[in-house]
Ligand binder design. Structure first.
Ligand code: MGP
Length: 207
């Protein structure tokens, strides 16, 4: 009889009944995402230095991974994190990247301590939260480069010939990062970045 059971066990029973599916089931994301890490290694090619860290497809597993790893600003100089939809490698050559490009945010040196980690987290949330309205399917991933000359964040899209989608993605990105109106960010096609002769590829779009 329930009334005869020790109090501790009765409480246990009540908790069991209270645990709704909402409490037990992780919150699914629309896509599965893979986090990659790049560290220069003179004995390996650039491609082979890209290491897959982990994949996740729930809100809870995103935070578990995010809280487990170092923030970007504390990575050794020269390293990258990349977050891409599962199945897309964080490289120009991937079938789903090769016709695409990136919105590029160049940070000045001082912004490593003041902005880099917030910007990168906002970008991660934009991606996993599918926050680009009808254009989230055009997103491939994002990269943060920690560099001595100034860090960079790139949001990669799959088709550099979709102006409407690219411009909307750029506008949402700029708004979400609270980049001032008077500061422009540019979108470059990967084909231009690959073959650039100077230090920057030309912008196909700016917002
Ligand atoms: P980077 O890491 O994107 O920028 O590219 P970084 O270090 O700031 O250099 P900068 O040239 O933009 O000033 C550095 C180098 O990594 C490139 O010149 C390529 O040799 C290599 N690399 C970068 N990416 C994104 C790719 C890629 O997608 N594919 C291949 N094969 N090499 C790449």
């Amino acid at each position: 009889m329930a009334a005869d059971r020790p109090e501790a066990m009765q409480n246990e029973k009540e908790e069991e009944t209270d645990a709704s599916p909402e409490m037990m089931i992780k919150h699914p994301l629309q896509n599965k995402w893979t986090l990659w890490f790049y560290k220069h290694d003179k004995n390996r090619s650039w491609e082979d230095s890209q290491i897959e860290i982990a994949s996740f497809d729930t809100v809870e597993d995103f935070w578990a991974l995010y809280n487990h790893i170092e923030v970007a600003s504390l990575l050794p100089i020269g390293c990258d994190y990349s977050l891409f939809k599962q199945g897309i490698k964080p490289m120009w050559e991937d079938e789903r990247n090769k016709k695409g490009g990136r919105w590029l945010i160049n940070l000045c040196k001082q912004q490593r301590s003041s902005e880099l980690d917030n910007f990168w987290l906002e970008v991660l949330l934009l991606l996993v939260g599918e926050s680009f309205e009808d254009h989230s399917d055009d997103i491939c991933g994002a990269v943060v480069n920690v560099r001595p000359k100034g860090d960079k964040i790139g949001v990669w899209t799959g088709d550099s010939k979709k102006p409407e989608s690219i411009l909307r993605i750029g506008t949402i990105l700029k708004e979400r990062l609270r980049i001032p109106r008077q500061v422009n960010i540019g979108f470059q096609a990967h084909t231009d970045t690959m073959s650039k002769s100077g230090s920057t590829a030309k912008n196909r779009f700016t917002v």
